[in-house]
Design a protein around this ligand. Structure first.
Ligand code: SF4
Length: 364
């Protein structure tokens, strides 16, 4: 009989399991702390739990972890980790040290359903959601990696900008954020955990009720409804006017407001006309815009905007009260943009005529 995976258990499930053995529910927190804070996944080492219970834990659950398939370090110090799950799926995270923070970009799904045209993950199609444990595991692995590097540096920020649409895997993502900001577990500041979405309106509204203290980022990329629908098919379902209405009502609880991600693509969305549309879209919303020059990959027919266009766009926004830092992609030499490594791996593993046909020309 297959044992349940320890990594797939939520805190509630652990509590119920301990209670079924007449044990106190606080044991659940002890187990979670061992796993994700101390990075110990061998119950025989859970020393604040008595021996017979440790044995029971070892016998009752499957403690297999995702295995590290590859780790690549960029010349800019970013590190990318590609993991393989027990069922043979690949997912990735990227650790990015900056002078004042260490950010981990985590994945929430294997692949993605939304098929944004500029995105490598979108090309892969959707395989499955990552479990709560698989999301927490990325942060636990990265924290442990930092500990073993003879550095004082610690993980300070988490962004859900890896593979997948986080709000499509709502429960696991929200639950993982609660663990990230919980003092007993990762103890990150709630301002330092960001959920980035392509604009799933019902889930954004739900997030505003469930966890508004966690900053929200919107992958916008165009404030022209027609162009955005071309670039991001989800815009047909949740068009810009409706998204704007939702964001105007969003209960923002941090001083920066909502962050908008805007990939600058040459001759596509980078004119001053587009900047004007963006300012109109943002009217009344407390916002910051991250301008991200397009990260070109093989097979892509989109290029980064020219420097002068970037600067003009930035100036248009900032003179109208919207901070618009230019964010150059990190780790380009190690395929650090979302989904690049996992999709390479998938193509390697799955190089059938069907998968070749799936490589849309316009994608990425
Ligand atoms: S950009 Fe995000 S939402 Fe769009 S396809 Fe890629 S992973 Fe999915």
């Amino acid at each position: 009989l297959n044992k349940p995976l320890a990594l797939s258990q939520s805190i509630k499930m652990w509590e119920q399991w301990f209670q079924s053995l007449d044990e106190k529910p606080y044991r659940a927190k002890q187990v979670i702390k061992w796993m994700y804070v101390d990075f110990v996944f061998d119950p025989s080492q859970f020393l604040n739990i008595k021996a017979p219970l440790r044995l029971k834990l070892a016998e009752s659950f499957d403690w297999t972890l995702p295995s590290l398939d590859s780790a690549l370090k960029s010349s800019d110090e970013s590190e990318k980790f590609l993991f393989k799950t027990i069922d043979g799926q690949f997912f990735e995270c990227v650790l990015m040290p900056f002078s004042n923070r260490v950010t981990l970009c985590v994945s929430s799904q294997v692949g993605c359903k939304l098929g944004c045209r500029f995105c490598q993950t979108g090309k892969m199609g959707f395989t499955r959601h990552l479990s709560l444990g698989e999301i927490l595991f990325q942060a636990a692995y990265a924290s442990n990696h930092l500990r073993t590097q003879n550095t004082e540096r610690k993980l300070t920020n988490i962004v859900f900008m890896g593979m997948g649409e986080p709000l499509d895997n709502y429960d696991a993502v929200v639950e993982s954020c609660k663990h990230f900001i919980d003092k007993n577990f990762f103890n990150l500041s709630h301002n330092k955990v960001t959920i980035s979405t392509s604009g799933l309106i019902p889930q954004i509204e739900q997030l505003g009720r469930d966890l508004p203290i966690v900053p929200l980022a919107i992958s916008l990329h165009s404030a022209d409804n027609e162009l955005r629908s071309q670039m991001m098919p989800i815009n047909k379902k949740y068009p810009l006017p409706e998204l704007r209405k939702t964001l105007l009502n969003y209960p923002i609880q941090n001083r920066h407001g909502i962050t908008f991600e805007y990939i600058m693509i040459k001759n596509k969305n980078d004119s001053v006309e587009h900047a004007k549309k963006l300012v109109n879209f943002l009217k009344g919303i407390k916002a910051k815009v991250n301008l991200i020059p397009m990260n070109t990959h093989p097979g892509i027919e989109m290029e980064a905007s020219e420097e002068v266009k970037l600067k003009d766009f930035q100036k248009y926004l900032s003179t109208r009260g919207y901070p618009a830092p230019i964010r150059y992609s990190r780790g380009q030499d190690v395929s650090a943009a979302c989904g690049q490594l996992a999709s390479k791996k998938k193509d390697e593993l799955d190089f059938t005529p069907r998968s070749v046909a799936r490589l849309r020309k316009s994608a990425v």
